[in-house]
Write a protein that binds this ligand. Structure first.
Ligand SMILES: [Zn+2]
Length: 275
């Protein structure tokens, strides 16, 4: 596996009670950053994993009933903090990005795709088909805002069409992955339970440590360490509680078997990058 440089960006955050993300957690409001990753491949160039919040999210959740999304999880996106603006300050223009991999289609992961207008998008066809078959209310109840990605559908490519590879230890419990670039450097790993078709990304950083970006398979690194899931009604509302807990158990076991692996959830404050 060829090592890849990477770094995280925070593109806005939302607040809600910790109790919604952790069984027995606190009722007070906590911040949940929307983390995205920039991965640099020596041949394919800069690749993004998810896009965080953006102005498009604010527009899509301005009318009712979509406004309920923002009322349940109030969102804060400060001036100059969209992913596109932060990348520009790093000298990267939207056209420099070679590919955006979308872990799943929840609004807080795809809201920025409009800011990268010509970049191919790679996601699971299972996630797309699941979203397409829902009506406006049915999609919203699952945290989906189709308006954020409808205009980008010509750019979509499917993970299911990438070569399938069997994961080796210590990742074998996650089954088969998709080889995103065809060179084994970047693998999309299924993480079922949270939302339809969710995939994480697995690669090796230059220090040789494996990095496993696990999207919303868990809300925090603490949950991986102690194996405590969110309340069943939350995971049941968004996806499948049984699958969610099996995925969490695999991540918990991985953290014990291979502590050198950096396991990075999308909304964990422990991974918040310095501004
Ligand atoms: Zn999600």
């Amino acid at each position: 596996m060829r090592p890849l440089e990477w770094r995280l960006f925070e593109a806005g955050y939302c607040t809600h009670p910790e109790r919604m993300t952790r069984r027995g957690g606190r009722w007070c409001n906590c911040q949940f950053p929307a983390l995205t990753a920039l991965i640099r491949h020596p041949q394919y160039g800069p690749i993004l994993f998810d896009t965080g919040y953006s102005e498009a999210f604010m527009e899509a959740t301005a009318p009712l009933p979509e406004r309920l999304y923002r009322m349940v999880t109030p969102v804060r996106l400060e001036t100059g903090r969209t992913l596109r603006e932060q990348l520009r300050r790093q000298g990267l223009e939207p056209a420099d990005i070679g590919l955006i991999v979308l872990s799943h289609l929840h609004g807080d992961h795809i809201a920025g795709v409009r800011d990268f207008p010509d970049v191919p998008l790679l996601c699971s066809s299972e996630a797309w088909d699941d979203m397409r078959r829902r009506g406006r209310i049915g999609a919203l109840r699952k945290g989906l805002l189709p308006a954020l990605i409808d205009s980008a559908k010509d750019r979509l490519q499917w993970l299911e069409q990438r070569p399938e590879v069997r994961l080796a230890p210590p990742f074998a419990a996650f089954g088969m992955a998709r080889d995103v670039l065809g060179d084994g450097s970047l693998l999309a790993v299924p993480l079922p339970g949270h939302g339809a078709g969710q995939h994480g990304l697995l690669f090796r950083e230059p220090s040789e440590r494996p990095v496993f970006l696990v999207a919303d398979a868990v809300w925090s690194s603490q949950a991986i360490r102690d194996g405590v899931p969110p309340p069943g009604w939350v995971t049941g509302l968004l996806g499948d509680t049984g699958e969610y807990r099996r995925t969490l158990a695999r991540l918990h076991a991985l953290s014990l078997d291979a502590p050198e692996v950096r396991i990075v959830p999308s909304h964990c404050v422990e991974w918040r990058p310095d501004v």
